[in-house]
Design a protein around this ligand. Structure first.
Ligand code: ATP
Ligand code: MG
Ligand code: MG
Length: 514
C-alpha cells in the first residue's frame, strides 16, 4: 500500500486494505476455520514488533469487558464514572491530578476514530493519522522478530490493527486507565493480549457470532470467560443458568474470584436511561469495575456500601452512548434509534420503543426502518420485534427494509472524495470510514436479504405496507413522507444494525463523528 502522503484519509485507506475480503471470509467459513489461540500469539508478536511487551500494557490499568450484549454500554458507564471521579478526590489535602481515561470500543457508528477515545472524545483525525502511520512504520521496520508467531512482513487484520494502535495511542498519550471492549468472544479476541487487567467484567450473554463462538450459550460463555485473569478481580451479572455455570467453572479453573452481582441497590433513585433491567445490569457491572479500578488508582478511595458517590451518580446519569435507545424529536417525526442486532436485544429495543410510544399523549402512525447485512439468521430478529409492537394493538403501518448504504448519490459515507473500490456496485461510490469489504456486494445491489425480510414480515403482519428502499437516506425521507398535516407525529423506529444506526444519525445530525 502506497503511503507517500499521510493524511487521515490515507490512514483510512490503508486501514481498509486490512479488511478481510468477503470471498476470504466465505472460504474460511466453508473450510470451518474458526479463531483460535493463534490470534493472541499473533497479537503478542505484533506488539513486540511495535516495541512493547504485555508488561507495558500494565501501565494502562486496563478494565476489560466481554459479553454478548451491553459491553459498549458497560464500558461507557465505567468511562463516564472514572472521568468524573478523577481530579476531585483529596488525599492528605492535595487534589489528585486529573486522570486521562482511554476508551476502546467497537464497532463505530460514523467514523472509525470513535473507537479510540481519550476523555470520552474520539481522537482527532490528525492524531489518528499520526499514530496510525507510526504503527505502520514500526511494523515495516521490524518485519520479523526471531521466533515470533506472525508471518514475517505481514500486517494485522483490521480489528487487530486498531487494537494494537489503541495501545500505542494510550501509552503515548499517557492514559492512566483504559477501558477495553472485546471485539468478538474473549479467549481469542485481539484485546485478550492483556495479561493483568485491573478488572474484568462479563456482561449479558446470549446467542451471537455463532460461527466463531458456537451455537449454544454455554459454548459462547466459554469464550467470554477467557478474559478472566488470575490475580484480577472479575465480575458478572445474573446470567441464564447454563452460561452462569460455565463462567463459574472457568473462574474456578483459573483461580479467579468471580463475583456475580445482583442489581446494585445503590441504583435506587439514580436515573438510568433507559429505565430497564438490562441497563441496570450494565450499570451495576460498570460501578463494580469503576470501584475496582479506583481502589487501585486512588489510595484514598473507599467504597461506601450504602450510597454511591456523587460523581458516580453523575457519571451514570449523564453517560453518553450513542446509537442506543436514542430519541430525536424532529417535529413531524419522532425518531427512535437503537442499534440492537441480536434476537434478544431486538426484543428489548421493541419494548423500549413501545414504552416510549405509549408514554406519549398522541399516538402517531408507526414506521419501521430495518437493516441487517450479511447474516442470514437475521430474518429471525423480526418475529419478536413485530410481536412486541403488535401487542400494543397497533403495529407498524409502514415497514421499510433498506441496505447499509448511507447516501443515494455518494454511497457509504460523506467524504472529501469518492473512492471507487468495487466492481458490482455500479451506482454506488464507497466512502472512507464505511468501506465494507466484508459483505457480498451483489447481495446489496439485488437487495437479497431485504427481500427475505419482506417475505417474513408479510407473513407476520399482512396488513403492513412493506417497502424495499436501497439507501438509508431514502428510507429516512420515505418515513418523513409518512407524516400528514394535522396528524400526530410519525413514530419511527430505526434498528437492526449499528451500520444503519450510524448512517441514520449521520444524516439526521449531519455529523462526521459521534
Ligand atoms: N445487558 C443487555 N441485555 C440485552 N440487551 C442489551 C443489553 N445491553 C444493551 N442491550 C441492547 O443491545 C444494544 C447494544 O448495546 P451495547 O452497544 O452496549 O452492546 P455491545 O455488547 O457493545 O454490542 P456490539 O455487539 O454491537 O458491540 C443496545 O442498544 C440495547 O438495545
Ligand atoms: Mg457483537
Ligand atoms: Mg459494542
Amino acid at each position: 500500500m502506497a503511503t507517500t502522503t499521510r493524511t487521515y484519509n490515507d490512514a483510512i485507506d490503508a486501514l481498509n486494505s486490512l479488511q478481510t475480503p468477503f470471498a476470504v471470509i466465505e472460504a474460511r467459513r466453508r473450510a470451518g476455520v474458526r479463531p483460535d489461540a493463534a490470534s493472541v500469539r499473533e497479537m503478542r508478536a505484533y506488539l513486540a514488533r511495535l516495541g512493547y511487551t504485555p508488561r507495558d500494557l500494565d501501565r494502562l490499568n486496563i478494565v476489560h469487558v466481554a459479553g454478548t450484549k451491553g459491553k459498549g454500554s458497560t464500558c461507557a458507564f465505567v468511562d463516564s464514572i472514572l472521568s468524573r471521579y478523577s481530579g476531585t478526590t483529596t488525599t492528605n489535602g492535595t487534589i489528585t491530578p486529573r486522570r486521562k481515561i482511554g476508551l476502546f470500543t467497537s464497532p463505530h457508528l460514523i467514523a472509525v476514530r470513535e473507537r479510540i477515545r481519550i476523555d470520552s472524545t474520539p481522537i482527532s483525525e490528525a492524531l489518528f493519522a499520526k499514530y496510525f502511520f507510526q504503527v505502520w512504520d514500526r511494523l515495516e521496520q521490524n518485519p520479523d522478530i526471531a521466533g515470533d508467531q506472525a508471518e514475517p512482513g505481514s500486517k494485522p487484520i483490521y480489528s487487530r490493527y486498531l487494537t494494537l494502535m489503541s495501545y500505542h495511542v494510550f501509552l503515548s498519550e499517557g492514559v492512566d486507565v483504559a477501558v477495553y471492549e472485546t471485539g468478538i468472544g474473549g479467549e481469542y479476541d485481539a484485546t485478550n493480549v492483556v495479561e493483568r487487567p485491573v478488572a474484568s467484567g462479563i456482561s449479558t450473554l446470549g446467542i451471537d457470532h455463532v460461527f466463531a463462538l458456537g451455537n449454544t450459550v454455554d459454548k459462547i460463555a466459554w469464550h467470554k470467560a477467557g478474559i478472566m485473569k488470575p490475580g484480577s478481580p472479575a465480575f458478572t451479572i445474573e446470567q441464564v443458568p447454563s452460561a452462569g455455570e460455565v463462567l463459574k467453572e472457568r473462574a474456578a479453573e483459573k483461580g479467579v474470584d468471580l463475583q456475580v452481582l445482583d442489581i446494585d441497590p445503590r441504583l435506587e433513585g439514580v436515573k438510568i436511561r433507559p429505565d430497564a433491567v438490562f441497563q441496570k445490569k450494565n450499570a451495576t457491572l460498570g460501578i463494580a469495575l469503576a470501584e475496582t479500578a479506583l481502589k487501585k488508582l486512588d489510595p484514598g478511595f473507599v467504597r461506601d456500601p450504602k450510597a454511591l458517590p456523587r460523581e458516580f451518580v453523575e457519571g451514570l446519569e449523564q453517560v453518553v452512548w450513542r446509537g442506543r435507545c436514542e430519541v430525536k424529536d424532529e417535529g413531524n417525526v419522532i425518531w427512535h434509534v437503537d442499534g440492537a442486532h441480536t434476537v434478544d436485544s431486538l426484543k428489548m429495543a421493541a419494548r423500549w420503543f413501545v414504552e416510549e410510544c405509549t408514554g406519549r399523549k398522541e399516538g402517531g402512525r408507526k414506521v419501521l426502518i430495518f437493516n441487517q447485512q450479511g447474516r442470514t439468521e437475521a430474518v429471525d430478529f423480526l418475529d419478536g420485534l413485530c410481536e412486541t409492537v403488535e401487542k400494543t394493538g397497533k403495529g407498524f403501518e409502514h415497514v421499510i427494509f433498506c441496505t447499509n448504504v448511507t447516501y443515494a448519490k455518494t454511497g457509504y459515507k460523506r467524504g472529501n472524495q469518492p473512492v471507487l473500490l468495487f466492481f458490482f456496485l455500479s451506482s454506488f461510490f464507497f466512502f472512507f470510514d464505511f468501506v465494507n469489504r466484508q459483505h457480498d456486494p451483489k447481495d446489496i445491489e439485488e437487495m437479497t436479504q431485504q427481500r427475505i425480510f419482506a417475505e417474513r414480515w408479510k407473513q407476520l403482519d399482512p396488513s403492513a405496507n412493506i417497502l424495499l428502499i436501497p439507501t438509508i437516506e431514502e428510507a429516512i425521507n420515505t418515513a418523513r413522507e409518512c407524516a400528514k398535516e394535522g396528524e400526530p407525529p410519525v413514530q419511527a423506529l430505526i434498528t437492526g444494525s449499528l451500520h444503519l444506526v450510524g448512517g441514520a444519525l449521520g444524516i439526521l445530525e449531519k455529523a462526521d463523528a459521534l
